[in-house]
Write a protein that binds this ligand. Structure first.
Ligand code: ZN
Length: 219
């Protein structure tokens, strides 16, 4: 699904199996965000094929956080040119808690060539901002694309919801702070790790308001 001129979404709509949404920025550098579960990578492969592209064409794979349904497919890119980018804090978390996930995560011994921290991230002609947004997982990051007022929110917040805080090292109070901070950005589109996008500045603000007035009462 084409969203903007150079932005495509491979939304996961399977009614039974869990996997994340994947996003693809088709710029001077080809950027994939959250490649998803290893077993479901054909979803991404098919999405790229529809654009006459393959995983081999990717330059960078950005990962919002280390849960298997977002990160597991980094293994696909092990022998390809794509550079994998994960936050430093999330890599610490992956190594600390990976044993609790058993084999499902299976990336604990992997060393991403790019370790992300809060700040600017220039990838070819695409200027992103990395925003550290802990709470759902301790090293979660969101990617903000000011040129298009796009927020890739991972599992921090969704259309009508927020990320779970009951997973290892989740923290509701910290998640609230992260969301409150994101609400201050100038955003026209929220593309989250699961569910439908939020489009339009008014809808985005309403979504933040509903989250703060309703969902904050539950965490
Ligand atoms: Zn998650």
């Amino acid at each position: 699904m084409k969203i903007l001129d150079n932005l495509h979404a491979f939304l996961w709509e399977h009614p039974m199996a869990n996997n994340c949404n994947t996003y693809f920025i088709d710029g001077f550098k080809k950027i994939l965000i959250d490649p998803g579960h290893y077993d479901f990578f054909s979803h991404v492969r098919d999405g790229l094929a529809a654009l006459s592209l393959t995983p081999e064409d990717m330059d960078v794979v950005l990962v919002t956080h280390g849960h298997p349904d977002h990160i597991e497919s980094v293994r696909i890119f092990a022998d390809m040119k794509a550079l994998i980018a994960v936050s430093q804090k999330e890599m610490d978390f992956i190594r600390e808690v990976a044993p609790h996930y058993g084999q499902a995560l299976a990336v604990e011994d992997f060393e991403p060539p790019i370790l992300l921290r809060e700040g600017d991230l220039q990838l070819g002609d695409v200027s992103l901002q990395v925003i550290e947004s802990p709470g759902h997982s301790p090293g979660s990051v969101c990617f903000y694309w000011p040129d298009h007022k796009v927020l890739f929110s991972g599992d921090v917040l969704f259309n009508g919801g927020i990320g779970r805080t009951d997973l290892p090292m989740g923290n509701g109070e910290i998640l609230k702070e992260s969301i409150h901070r994101l609400a201050g950005l100038d955003v026209e589109y929220v593309f989250s790790g699961h569910g439908e996008p939020v489009t339009g500045g008014t809808a985005v603000q309403q979504n933040f308001q509903e989250i703060e007035s309703f969902w904050f009462g539950y965490i």
